[in-house]
Design a protein. Structure first.
Length: 280
């Protein structure tokens, strides 16, 4: 699915009320994205015990923050709390949901089964795994629906998730552990690459500040090139590599006996296994 172009407002006609449970870093990133895509703040309810000033400020535009009194059922509720606090936190959503409500969870490790047990029966649920580039609208999210999700609710979930970047769908929830290992944890692998590249530059004699800037800008620029180019990563790598040149010398080390590929497979396998353990 393509990200909305500048000027697109897929949430301008959002039906009914949207409830956000948890307005931490990821929840706030989603909130900013929704408003940028046309969502009327008066349709928003945020449940957050320790709201940031930026969240509190939205009440001046009509957003409801920790409202008192009898709530109205929402078209969608988005769960963005820490997984360990989920059993207690999701209880606050029960007054906002009925059989027509879509529940969208971005909690790592919390399965559709957990959500179905924690929320009222027969509710439509989408489990999603975003990653931290979502904070700048450049994330990728993989979503998995339960059987109660209608075509209309699936589109609604897509509209909400594109606030953070690209969205992909899977029907097999068993894939979500590998998704977590590749894209959920993946930004940390890239940051480690930048860190290690800077340290290697320092070891090669570069001043620390220059080595860090070279590594940072090289990783960031290469990522942007990969994002914009229609070519896959292997072709882009080959385009940089001249036979017998400096890049080829470096790659002969990184690709010796598939050293980097083997290490990455082991890392993703470890993350996948841990995700399964956390999910129970």
């Amino acid at each position: 699915m393509k990200r909305p172009k500048v000027g697109d407002k897929p949430l301008r006609k959002f039906p009914g009320r949207l409830v956000l449970l948890g307005a931490g870093k990821m929840g706030s990133a989603m909130l900013d994205g929704w408003l940028a895509r046309g969502l009327d703040p008066r349709k928003l309810t945020v449940l957050e015990p320790q709201p940031a000033k930026s969240v509190k400020a939205l009440t001046r535009r009509g957003m409801a923050l920790n409202p008192k009194g009898k709530p109205l059922a929402a078209s969608a509720v988005v769960i963005a709390v820490k997984p360990q606090s989920a059993p207690e936190a999701v209880q606050a959503l029960k007054p906002f949901v009925d059989k027509t409500t879509l529940a969208l969870s971005i909690m790592a490790g919390r399965t559709l089964g957990f959500l179905q047990d924690a929320l009222p029966p027969q509710i439509a649920i989408v489990r999603a795994m975003p990653n931290t580039p979502a904070a700048i609208g450049r994330g990728i999210t993989v979503a998995c629906p339960n059987r109660k999700v209608s075509a209309r609710q699936r589109q609604l979930a897509s509209d909400l998730l594109t606030a953070m970047g690209t969205v992909e769908w899977v029907s097999d929830e068993g894939l979500m552990d590998a998704v977590t290992a590749v894209s959920g944890s993946g930004p940390a692998y890239v940051f480690l690459l930048a860190e290690a590249l800077a340290q290697a530059g320092i070891a090669a004699g570069l001043p620390a500040d220059l080595a860090q800037k070279l590594a940072r800008e090289t990783v960031a620029g290469s990522g942007e090139l990969l994002h914009r180019s229609p070519l896959d990563a292997a072709v882009l790598r080959q385009n940089v590599t001249s036979p017998g040149g400096t890049t080829a010398a470096a790659l002969s080390v990184l690709m010796s006996q598939e050293a980097l590929a083997t290490l990455m497979r082991s890392a993703v396998a470890a993350a996948t296994a841990r995700s399964r353990e956390l999910a129970g």
